[in-house]
Write a protein that binds this ligand. Structure first.
Ligand SMILES: [Zn+2]
Length: 85
């Protein structure tokens, strides 16, 4: 079993949010920024945008989203949108 996450969630997007350390979170389903602040390891929180309970703290998301380096491995695309549950 695996889950997917929204294509707008990229390493480059979450890194500044992690560094800010302000409890930012993003919905894995619709890719919206959570309207509020959560614990860094939060997950399964109801999205303030789409209502699906798939909001994760950005530090949690960092374990899901592969580190992206545009100069590296551009061919591994399909793997990037799924991760083992
Ligand atoms: Zn959502």
């Amino acid at each position: 079993m695996s889950q997917t996450y929204h294509k707008s969630i990229t390493w480059n997007r979450i890194v500044p949010l992690i560094e800010a350390d302000e409890g930012y979170a993003i919905c894995l389903d619709c890719g919206a920024d959570y309207d509020g602040h959560l614990e860094p390891d939060a997950h399964g929180v109801e999205c303030t945008s789409c209502g699906v309970c798939r909001v994760c703290g950005v530090q949690e998301i960092a374990f899901i989203v592969p580190i992206s380096d545009e100069n590296e491995n551009p061919t591994e695309e399909p793997f990037m949108y799924e991760y083992p549950l």
